[in-house]
Ligand binder design. Sequence first.
Ligand code: URA
Length: 190
Amino acid sequence: MADTWESLKSACGQCDGCALAQTRSTVVFGDGATDAEILLIGEGPGQREDEQGVPFVGKAGQLLDDMLEIIGLDRTKVYIANVVKCRPPQNRDPLNVEQDACKDWLRRQTALLRPKLIVCLGRIAAKAIIKEDFKITSEHGRWFSRGGVQMTAIYHPAALLRDVGKRPETFEDLKSIQAKIQELCTHTDL
Ligand code: URA
C-alpha cells in the first residue's frame, strides 16, 4: 500500500531494524510542514531529541532555529529529518550499518515530501545524501543537482557551536540557500 505520513510515522515508530532500537527512548521521525519545499537533513538524534521525539530541540537545535530565522524561515516552512532516527549511544557517529538500516525511512519521507531543495546539516548527512566522498570543509555551500532536486550542505549547527570561526562562511551559505529558495520555491514568502 502507498505510504501516507501517518502510516510511515507509525511504522517507523516500531522499527527494530538495527541495534539502536535497543538503546533509544523515542524514535525521532521528523518535524515541520509535510508540504514543505525544503528538506533539512541532520545526522541523528541527541539526548534531548531522544527524550522528546523531535529533531533539533537541544542546543544545536536552538542555533538551527536562529540560522533559519536569519533567512526568514522557521519550522512551519521546512521539514526536518535525520539520517538515523534513533540516538546513537553517547552521540557517536551513526555506523554505516545503522545508516543503511535506516535509509529507507528517509527515502520514503523524501518521496512523500517531494522537496525542491535539500540542505544537509553536516558531514554525515552530506556523505549519506550528496556523495560518499563529500568534503564538508571545501564543499559546503556548493550546489548539486540530483533528479531535479537541488542539494547543498552546510556545517552542522553543533560544529558551529564548537567553532564560531566557521560562522561567517555559514552565513554566506545561508544567503545562497535564501537566493535558491527565492528562485525555486513558492510556499515561502521570502
Ligand atoms: N543533531 C542532529 O544531527 N539531529 C538532531 O536531531 C539533533 C542534533
